[in-house]
Design a protein around this ligand. Structure first.
Ligand code: ATP
Length: 290
């Protein structure tokens, strides 16, 4: 949907983004990970057109720019307004015709599960409601591209789950989403692509499927089909997989490798190869940011 090429942004002498090249594919949820100051907010602001780059370009892969919704990192609301009044204000500045405003406001509240709070003064809203309100204002006008800067920042695990579910629903509805986060588990749960930024540079970029393939695992190859032992092996741990002559133990199941190999030998199987992949996504992240 969007192509980013050699994008560089400087704030005085500080290079916040350094020749970033990325693609944001249509319909994907791209997770931007990285430590404080990595350049995540700068990248989102550049995509949203709030600031301008010093070099490189961002361009749509379609003839026209898509409409973009942004949930900024810091949410500053007019506390004296009620939830629906604030969203009506946002609809006004988003050129939504006045006659459509009540419908558009209710639709965005419904998408984030805040329809019962439409009349609530913002000053009485909890942190979780404020984050959802931040999401609701990004959804006004039904933009196909949604930028979320730390959407679940400061929320308890339940609040984080609520936001994750909303992101998953938006993805299922066909939206393209770019979200920044500090949390690997959150990104792993909801994102289909992952980009790790550090000091303004891209250190890791993969589809989530590829990124998860670097999970720690032990692969044991035997001399014949393991199907007759499948039930017995898989009952040992949920993270044991059997495919033909190959047995894969992931994460904690790796601790069972001696037991599993003993079982194979007792069952008259030979072990042809044992391969150990040590890198986990967490390790890849740690390496990228150090
Ligand atoms: P965080 O996770 O803390 O939100 P981030 O990855 O979003 O960080 P940015 O906010 O994009 O990082 O900041 C990247 C770098 O640019 C940081 O060193 C920051 O201090 C600097 N920076 C950001 N905005 C400005 C600005 N308006 N003026 C000067 N420096 C800035």
């Amino acid at each position: 949907m969007i192509e980013i090429n050699n994008l560089t942004k400087r704030y005085y002498s500080l290079t916040a983004l350094d020749r970033v090249t990325l693609r944001i594919p249509r319909g994907e949820v791209l997770g931007l990970l990285g430590p404080n100051g990595a350049g995540k907010t700068t990248l989102l602001k550049l995509i949203a057109g709030l600031i301008h780059q010093d070099a490189g370009y961002i361009r749509p892969m379609t003839p026209d720019w898509p409409l973009i919704g942004l949930k900024p990192e810091r949410l500053l609301f007019p506390n004296h307004l009620r939830v629906h009044q604030y969203l009506a204000l946002i609809a006004g500045v988003s050129n939504i015709p006045k006659r459509d405003t009540p419908r558009v406001v209710m639709e965005s509240l419904r998408q984030v599960g805040l329809q019962d709070a439409a009349d609530k003064p913002i000053r009485n809203c909890s942190k979780g409601m404020r984050q959802r309100l931040g999401l609701a204002q990004a959804l006004i006008g039904d933009p196909p591209l949604i930028l979320l800067d730390e959407p679940s920042n400061g929320l308890d695990p339940e609040g984080q789950d609520d936001i994750n579910q909303i992101v998953q629903q938006l993805h299922a509805a066909g939206k393209t989403i770019v979200m920044s986060s500090h949390q690997l588990p959150e990104v792993t749960k909801v994102c289909t692509h992952i980009v790790v930024l550090n000091r303004g540079r891209v250190h890791f970029e993969r589809s989530m499927e590829e990124a998860l393939a670097v999970q720690a695992h032990t692969a044991i190859r035997s001399d014949k089909d393991l199907e007759p032992l499948r039930a017995q092996l898989c009952s040992l741990h949920p993270e044991i997989e059997v495919e033909g002559e190959l047995l894969v133990l992931r994460n904690e199941a790796m601790q069972l490798r001696r037991q599993v190999m003993t079982m194979l030998l007792y069952a008259n199987y030979d072990i042809v190869e044992v391969r150990q992949a040590r890198a986990t996504l967490a390790e890849v992240y740690a390496k990228a940011v150090n």
